[in-house]
Design a binder for this molecule. Structure first.
Ligand SMILES: Cc1ncc(COP(=O)(O)O)c(C=O)c1O
Length: 380
C-alpha cells in the first residue's frame, strides 16, 4: 500500500537465526541470552552500569518510579510533548503529573528553565525524554535536580547510544529507561531496559522484574537453587530469550544504523530547507550526538495537517504525529493539567516523515519533492 512507509525493520537472516537458535536450545524464558544482552548493552553505555532487561519501555518507567518510592502525594514533572506512557506510569503509581514545556520552537526537549517553573514543595522527581533521539541539555538539568533534591529519570526510548557532552543518555540520572518496541532504533518487538549506576536501585529493579524472588527459574533448572525467598513485592516484567537474542543482533547493528539515520536526516534537511511552509527542529544544537529516532517537522499555522497527511497518503507516503497532547485524551480530561503553550502549539502542527536506516536517498528525494509539490498545491 505504501510507497514509503513510516518505519521498516532493520532485520535480516541474523534475527531469524538468533530466534531459531534459542528455540532449538530448549530454553526460552529469561536466561543466559538475557544476561549477555544486559551486559553488552550496559558496556555500550559506559562503566559500572547495572542493566535489567524487561518486557517493555513502559515496564522500565513503572519500575523506576516504584524503585524510587514515588507515589500518592508526590508530583512528577514530565514533558508536555511525549508519549502517553510517561503520564500513565505517573498516574499508575498514584502520583500527580505536572507538565514542563518545550525549551523553544527549535529545541522541543524540556530544559532546566521549563522544569524549574513547575517545581513545588511536592515535586519528587523529573522525567526527561530525549525527544526524537536528540539529547536534552543534561548538565543544567542534573544540576537543578541535585540542587532541589529531585530524583531524575531519563526516558531514553528514542535515544539508545545518543550522547550529551560525550556521555551516554540514560546514565545521567537515577534510572534510565529504554524501549525496544518495534519502531525503535533497537527493536525486538516488545522489550526494554532499566539501567542505573546505583547498586541498591538495581537490586530493587531486579526484584520488581520477577516477583521479588531471590532465584530465577533458570537457577532452579540448573540446580543452583532449590527454593527461593520473596524479599520484596514484585511484578512479572521479564523479557524472554527470543527477544534478548534479537536484541543482541540489533545491538551489533545499532551504531551503523544510527549513523545511516543521520545521513538520511542530512539529506532531508538539504532537500526541505527551501520549503517555506515547514521548519525543522533540533538543528545546530551544541554538545549533542543525536541518534535520529524520528524525523519531525513543524508545519506553518496556515497548513491543514489532516489535509496534508491525506495528500501524502495519496502518493503513497505514510506520516504520523508525535504527539497528540494529553489534555485531549479522555483519561486525562479531569486531571486539570497545567498548560504548556509551546508544546501544545507544536503538537497541533507537528508532522513525522518516514525515517529508518534502510531507506534510500531516493526515498527522501521522493518524499521531499512530493511535499514540495503538494504544498504548492500542484498535486490535488
Ligand atoms: C518516549 C517514549 N516513552 C516510552 C515509550 C514506551 O515504550 P514501550 O512501547 O516499549 O512500552 C515509548 C514508545 O513506545 C516512547 O516513545
Amino acid at each position: 500500500m505504501w510507497k514509503v512507509q513510516l518505519f521498516k525493520l532493520n532485520y535480516d537472516a541474523q534475527e531469524s537465526e538468533a530466534v531459531k537458535d534459542v528455540v532449538d536450545s530448549g530454553w526460552i524464558t529469561m536466561g543466559e541470552k538475557t544476561k549477555e544482552f544486559e551486559s553488552k548493552f550496559s558496556n555500550m553505555l559506559g562503566n559500572n552500569i547495572y542493566a535489567t532487561a524487561v518486557s517493555s519501555g513502559t515496564a522500565s518507567l513503572h519500575m523506576a518510579l516504584l524503585g524510587l518510592g514515588i507515589g500518592s502525594g508526590d508530583e512528577v514533572i514530565i514533558p508536555a510533548l511525549t508519549f502517553v506512557a510517561d503520564i500513565n506510569v505517573v498516574k499508575m503509581v498514584g502520583a500527580t503529573p505536572v507538565l514542563a514545556d518545550c525549551s523553544s520552537y527549535s529545541n522541543w526537549n524540556i530544559s532546566a528553565e521549563t522544569i524549574k517553573t513547575q517545581i513545588t514543595p511536592k515535586t519528587k522527581a523529573v522525567v526527561v525524554v530525549h525527544y526524537g533521539g536528540y539529547p536534552c541539555e543534561m548538565d543544567k538539568i542534573v544540576t537543578l535536580c541535585k540542587r532541589r533534591g529531585l530524583y531524575l529519570i531519563e526516558d531514553v526510548a528514542h535515544a539508545p547510544d545518543a550522547k550529551y557532552k560525550g556521555k551516554a543518555c540514560g546514565t545521567f540520572g537515577d534510572y534510565g529507561c529504554f524501549s525496544f518496541f518495534t519502531n525503535k532504533n533497537l527493536s525486538v518487538g516488545e522489550g526494554g531496559m532499566l539501567i542505573t549506576k546505583n547498586k541498591q536501585l538495581a537490586k530493587r529493579a531486579r526484584e520488581f522484574r520477577s516477583h521479588g524472588m531471590s532465584a530465577l527459574t533458570l537457577d532452579r533448572h540448573r540446580g543452583r537453587a532449590i527454593s527461593y525467598n520473596v524479599s520484596n513485592v514484585g511484578l512479572n516484567y521479564r523479557i524472554d530469550e527470543m527477544r534478548s537474542a534479537i536484541g543482541l543482533v540489533q545491538l551489533k547493528k545499532l551504531k551503523d544504523a544510527n549513523r545511516k539515520r543521520g545521513y538520511l536526516v542530512d539529506r532531508y534537511i538539504k532537500k526541505l530547507s527551501s520549503i517555506k511552509e515547514i521548519s525543522i527542529p533540533f538543528q545546530n544544537i551544541k554538545n549533542i550526538e543525536p541518534v535520529y529516532h524520528i524525523f519531525p517537522i513543524l508545519l506553518s499555522p496556515n497548513i491543514d495537517r489532516v489535509w496534508l497527511i491525506n495528500r501524502l497518503k495519496r502518493v503513497g507516503i505514510q506520516s504520523s504525529i508525535h504527539y497528540p497532547i494529553f489534555k485531549e485524551f479522555t483519561a486525562f480530561k479531569d486531571l486539570n493539567l497545567n498548560s504548556a503553550p509551546i508544546a501544545e502549539d507544536i503538537a497541533r502542527r507537528e508532522l513525522t516523515l518516514p525515517l529508518y536506516p534502510t531507506m534510500s536517498f531516493s526515498d527522501i528525494d521522493y518524499i521531499s519533492d512530493s511535499l514540495s509539490k503538494i504544498l504548492e498545491k500542484e498535486v490535488v
